[in-house]
Ligand binder design. Structure first.
Ligand code: SF4
Length: 310
């Protein structure tokens, strides 16, 4: 695969960069492999060329996307080369942040963790969809690892990268999910203490193995489970944000704060564009696309409030 990334998000300083396409996994709820095909990586040189082109256009934040970023390189180099790719990308002039999306949990190994911990410009951030945490549900979804394996992985990650911000997504209401399976997921969310969680209600993708699994979970129960899990996570996200109160943090300014001409709004390394929180920084008139330092003064479940450091 050698096609250039076409997804720009309308903000000159931030872009998505696709590093591979397709997927070799067989999650029972997902139709992507049937229409995107097997995992195909772009050669490192093409990605670098594209990153340099984006930097020349003023892009400062690269958001690396794929169906499974952690498998990067396997099809063309015979080994997974995400750490090497990150190292090369970190040398591109003008790029300030590199952010990783769609990491497959069983492939977030020591090398990937080390790369996030030590490669310049790579944000201490990971998006790692887990989908569930009950072991029977994980087997039914054909997802890797287990409740216990996930907890160990999260502990290893936080030991190596203490300020890492971890985002995951879960599916509730997968066919056969009982109240007990869901209770295990709730217990896991409490124990795992994610910074950010997205929750989706299961929906049938025709032609996937899960389309034939019974019993289906009624819509009302799916909705209730989604709301309950998100509510539970709100308190955890707030606690994660509160750890930043009183600390200094770098902010990528994205515009003027609404209804306040003396403040700007932006994101930190902890906030992916479009899906995570924002930071409102008082007494700043910094231009969009610039980086400033700020001291966090208040935390809410999704957003932070801060004052600029002069
Ligand atoms: S959910 Fe993700 S990892 Fe699983 S088959 Fe679909 S694209 Fe691949």
């Amino acid at each position: 695969m050698n096609s250039p990334t076409r997804v720009r998000m309308g903000k000159q300083w931030s872009a998505y960069l696709k590093i591979s396409e397709g997927c070799d996994h067989q999650c029972t709820f997902c139709a992507i492999p049937s229409f995107r095909g097997k995992h195909v990586s772009k050669p490192i040189e093409s990605i670098l060329e594209e990153a340099e082109g984006l930097a020349a256009l003023g892009v400062k934040e690269l958001n690396l996307i794929a169906q499974d970023s952690t498998q990067y390189g396997y099809d063309i180099y015979g080994e997974m080369r995400l750490p090497a790719l990150l190292e090369q990308l970190s040398k591109v002039d003008g790029i300030h942040w590199i952010r990783l999306f769609y990491c497959y949990p069983s492939r977030v190994n020591r090398g990937v963790i080390e790369a996030i911990a030590t490669t310049p410009k790579v944000c201490h951030y990971i998006d790692m969809p887990l989908q569930h945490a009950d072991n029977a549900m994980l087997r039914a979804m054909r997802r890797p690892m287990s409740y216990e394996g996930y907890i160990k992985l999260l502990n290893d990650f936080r030991q190596a990268v203490p300020d890492v911000s971890i985002r995951t997504t879960f599916i509730v209401g997968f066919p056969g999910e009982t109240a007990e399976h869901f209770a295990t997921l709730e217990r896991f969310v409490d124990e795992a203490q994610f910074d950010r969680v997205g929750v989706f209600e299961y929906s049938v993708e025709e032609g996937t193995p899960s389309a034939d699994i019974q019993p289906r979970v009624p819509s009302r129960i799916k909705r209730e489970r989604k709301e309950a899990l998100m509510k539970r996570q709100q308190g955890i996200s707030l606690a994660c944000n509160q750890k930043w109160v009183g600390r200094e943090i770098e902010v990528l300014v994205e515009g003027r704060a609404p209804h306040d001409t003396t403040s700007v709004v932006g994101r930190t390394f902890r906030d992916a564009p479009e899906i995570d929180g924002q930071v409102f920084v008082k007494r700043s008139a910094a231009k969009p696309g610039t980086f400033i330092r700020a001291k966090v003064t208040e935390a809410r479940p999704y957003d932070l409030f801060a004052e600029v450091i002069r």
